[in-house]
Design a protein around this ligand. Structure first.
Ligand code: NCD
Ligand code: ZN
Length: 344
């Protein structure tokens, strides 16, 4: 096969940032994706429909002329989120979900929830009005090993949450473990996004010949056996698993630091990375549904009608792209790739 034409994909988990940073990365996403679920972890976070409306306007204003892109907005859940805000979010039509971060779990999560049960009144309303809950599924307890945080979150918080709210529609974001795959398969009204880094790499790459900060994201990469199970889930044709890059740009100097930030940048070449992963599993025929069908189906939105074409050709991922003062290192910089999206 030399060409692969698929329906234009969407990114169901994206960090776009704001201001100059957003202007630098937005064109990359727009080149590949028609829509994206925009993460609300700005400083301060997007907590109200008014915040989301203003952020959406700034994104739309930054879309280069002649390009099409639809930002799908989310609200950042806090201990103080009001059930009325959920009603207003649903009514707005442009807020598509609410994002849960455990306080202190990751980049800009200081406003996150301190105890998930504090939000039960909000979940009740979300379940009623059919607004999905997106989970950063990790515990932050100091005594839990960093590699076990997803598994413990599922046992301690997600299982009880789904028992309390069986009809609440949930996306377990950027899953990293076989525990997450098994839980999603066994439970109703829950789906999962999977990133390119968790399909392509195990935790070994973090320490290959030295410490490699550009592979550091949260949840952290896991053992090879987990990667294989994620790849199996993504290529299985099960609609519960779909594309979400978690592309999270940080300037080079905040990654290459004595205390480096978490986040991999993949908006530049996401669809090519996923294509490599699917080809490695001999499952190119499953790519289109994972990338372009199951996401809109879950969010109850129409599928895109445009197409993109990937061509078999070799090219090198650039070492850096322009971004603020110190540049941005794409995921797997320097790697030779076998598929490239054609320019239209
Ligand atoms: C994200 C970021 O930088 O905003 N980082 C990451 O490692 N994924 C936050 C997040 O989604 O956890
Ligand atoms: Zn994220």
């Amino acid at each position: 096969m030399q060409n692969l034409t698929i329906t234009r994909p969407d990114d169901w988990h994206l960090h776009l940032r704001d201001g100059e940073a957003m202007k630098a990365v937005l064109p990359h996403t727009i080149r590949q994706f028609a829509r994206a679920i925009i993460m609300p972890n700005l400083k301060p976070p997007i907590r109200s429909v008014a915040d989301a409306a203003a952020y959406r306007d700034r994104i739309i204003a930054a879309i280069p002329t002649g390009k099409q892109f639809e930002p799908l907005m989310t609200l950042y859940l806090t201990d103080n989120t009001n059930p009325e805000e959920i009603i207003a979010a649903k009514a707005s039509q442009f807020v598509k979900a609410v994002k849960y971060y455990p306080a202190g779990a990751t980049t800009n999560s200081d406003f996150g929830v301190t105890d998930i049960r504090k939000c039960d009144r909000v979940f009740e309303v979300m379940q009623q009005v059919n607004l999905p809950l997106l989970l950063h599924g990790e515990v932050t307890d100091r005594d839990v090993d960093v590699f076990d945080r997803e598994k413990v979150f599922i046992e301690k918080h997600l299982l009880p949450l789904k028992e309390r709210f069986p009809n609440l529609r949930v996306v377990l974001e950027h899953i990293t473990t076989s525990d997450a795959v098994q839980f999603v398969l066994a439970t109703n009204n829950i789906a999962a996004t999977i990133t390119p880094q968790h399909l392509l790499f195990s935790r070994n790459i973090l320490f290959k010949g030295g410490i490699r900060p550009h592979f550091y994201c949260l949840p952290i990469l896991k053992r090879e056996e987990h990667r294989l199970e994620l790849l199996q889930a993504a290529t299985s044709g099960n609609p519960k698993f779909f594309l979400g890059t978690d592309s999270a740009p940080h300037p080079r100097n905040s990654k290459e630091s004595s205390c480096g930030c978490a986040g991999c940048y993949s908006a530049l070449h996401a669809i090519e990375l996923y294509t490599e992963a699917f080809e490695s599993a001999n499952s190119l025929d499953k790519l289109e549904a994972f990338a372009s069908f199951y996401g809109p189906d879950f969010y109850q939105l129409p599928r895109n009608t445009e197409q993109i074409t990937l061509t078999k050709t070799t090219w090198r991922i650039p070492d850096e792209v322009p971004f603020l003062e110190s540049g941005l290192v794409p995921l797997w910089a320097g790697q030779e790739m076998r598929w490239q999206m054609a320019e239209h």
